[in-house]
Unconditional design. Structure first.
Lengths: 254, 292
């Protein structure tokens, strides 16, 4: 059922109401396979909530989510992840006390599948560990394998998150503010790490990011959220020229 | 000197019992954020059924003793697993309700045990060696202390190896730190919950059999009386930290023993005081949030 025309991710009529408050309303979005989409909007526009609904942490009160043509609206978080959805969290997506290698190894062993028997001892040189080390070299953390993830710098932590995502082999990746807290010196390197994941893995990426320069340099299209819905979805150039967006978002933040 | 050594050995034995209860409490809290008030019932049931098996065989034989220990651990693991599957899991992520269910279960099971075995303590015996003493630096140390300490150390080592060296252990450690991310990586963290309950229940059931030898009896309230101190140990050691639970078990039990002897029976008071101090100075506990 999956043809090249099937969108990697499709949300339709998505709505989320909590009590009397409307958090998301009539969100429609079709994301082509292999594309790189930026999601922008003022604080409280519903960007993170949209990611939570797509990844299954929040249940929508209306509408559907399809991953590669498959309805995943009622699927629990871990099964969506196995269906090919990877994500990072705005705050932290790491296990600070675990080593850098272990952080990636968990993702790699899930990706390899097979039995997760409680008594299978992972050996130092096994496949999942080799994969983990490989992904860590790709993002430039090959010399930090045995450090606790918690002691890495902000920039390195974000790179570690990318290594984890590479290891999951996710088809659709949701990045929630990957540049948050990263010093300006590390921004370029991290952008390049994200770009090469997109290129080498051929995955579809949705990225929420307030750092506009970085975002516009990476993405092919931008979805603009405002008050819980998507008000525009177009190329960066067209978005910058869109008067509705200007008044709703860019004007508001200027 | 001999009194000091005796207090030390007795305190370490008691600390070993605290650890067998606290290890499960700490892992369960660390991963699931549930304070399991039913944990004492796993211990009590393990003790009663372990003793029942020993009686059927021959309480004074080592075979009977070993069988009772194995049965205690097995019963603890089984009851804990059922508790998780039938009572905790349906209330997934509703922590207050989960805690209330465990409180209810602990009250109901104590009443049930009293109905079956009566309210009086049931005095037990084991292999003769356990009641004998060994001289250490002039002190006569009851042999069961050595055994209990050795078993607790073995359990500690086994759990640490499990957490550090196995795939599931890694998932549990990761889950203690960041459960949302474990799930987002495609792991059904509920399976880890059940496993942690089973491990904690086994340690508690095992602790129940050993506690009945330490105190010389089994009673429906055996688990509850140890549980209070195990909770204190868990908080002082740092909720979620196994190593913290081990260190705090020893500290709390020694403090309790020495205060009881040298400070006119103020052991329990001193422990509560220590708890207050730790909460004020270092609210996350001695070792904070590290599984192993």
């Amino acid at each position: 059922m999956s043809t090249p025309a099937t969108p990697a991710l499709q949300v339709a009529d998505l709505g989320l109401r909590i009590g009397g408050a409307t958090i998301l309303e009539d969100v429609d979005l079709e994301v082509e396979k292999g594309s790189f989409i930026g999601v922008i909007g003022p604080n409280g526009a519903g960007k993170t909530t949209l990611f939570n609904v797509v990844s299954g942490i929040a249940r929508p009160t209306s509408g559907t989510v399809h991953l590669d043509g498959r309805d995943v609206t009622g699927m629990p978080v871990h099964r969506r992840a196995r269906a090919g959805l990877g994500r990072t969290f705005q705050t932290s997506s790491l296990f600070p006390q675990l080593s850098v290698r272990e952080n990636v190894r968990i993702a790699a062993q899930v990706a390899l599948g097979g039995s997760l028997s409680p008594l299978r001892f992972p050996r130092a040189g096994d496949r999942a560990t080799r994969d983990a080390v490989e992904h860590l070299r790709e993002v430039g953390l090959g010399d930090k394998l045995d450090l606790a993830a918690g002691v890495l710098s902000h920039g390195e932590k974000r790179k570690l998150e990318i290594a984890v995502l590479r290891a999951t082999d996710a088809d659709v990746v949701l990045l929630d503010e990957p540049m948050a807290g990263v010093g300006s010196a590390d921004v370029a390197g991290l952008s390049e790490t994200i770009r090469s994941m997109h290129r080498e893995k051929g995955c579809t990426i949705l990225m929420v990011e307030h750092h506009m320069e970085v975002l516009l340099g990476l993405v092919e299209k931008v979805a603009v959220m405002y008050s819980g819905t998507i008000i525009a979805f177009d190329t960066p150039a067209a978005i910058m020229a869109n008067p509705t967006v200007q008044s709703a978002y860019l004007g508001a933040s200027a | 000197m001999s009194t000091f050594v005796l207090l030390l050995a007795t305190g370490l034995g008691l600390g070993a019992l605290y650890f067998l209860v606290a290890s499960g409490l700490s892992l369960i809290y660390g991963l699931m954020h549930v304070l399991n008030f039913a944990h004492g019932s796993f211990l009590t049931l393990g003790a009663f059924l372990g003793w029942a098996v020993a009686q059927r065989m021959d309480p004074s034989s080592w075979t009977g003793f070993v069988a009772s220990v194995l049965v205690g651990a097995l019963v603890g693991a089984l009851v804990a697993t059922l508790t998780e599957l039938l009572l905790i899991r349906p209330l997934y992520d509703r922590h207050i309700e989960q805690v209330l269910v465990t409180v209810g279960l602990s009250l109901a099971t104590v009443a049930l045990f009293e109905g079956i075995w009566g309210t009086d303590a049931d005095f037990i015996r084991g292999p003769a060696w356990l009641d004998e003493t060994t001289g250490v630096l002039g002190a006569r140390i009851p042999n069961d202390r050595f055994l209990i300490i050795a078993v607790a150390v073995l359990v500690l080592v086994a759990i640490v190896v499990f957490l550090r060296r196995t795939r599931y252990g890694m998932i549990i450690r990761a889950g203690v730190e960041n459960r949302a991310m474990v799930t987002a990586l495609g792991i059904d963290v509920r399976r880890a919950f059940t496993l942690v309950f089973a491990i904690g229940g086994a340690a508690a059931g095992l602790g129940g059999v050993l506690a009945s030898h330490y105190f010389g009896y089994v009673s429906p309230t055996l688990g509850g009386s140890l549980l209070i101190f195990a909770f204190i140990v868990t908080v002082i050691g740092g909720l979620g930290s196994l190593t913290g639970a081990a260190v705090a078990s020893v500290l709390v039990a020694l403090l309790q023993q020495f205060a009881n002897y040298y400070a006119g029976g103020t052991g329990d008071f001193v422990i509560v005081l220590a708890l207050a101090v730790v909460l004020l100075v270092r609210p996350a506990g001695i070792l904070g949030k590290v599984a192993a």
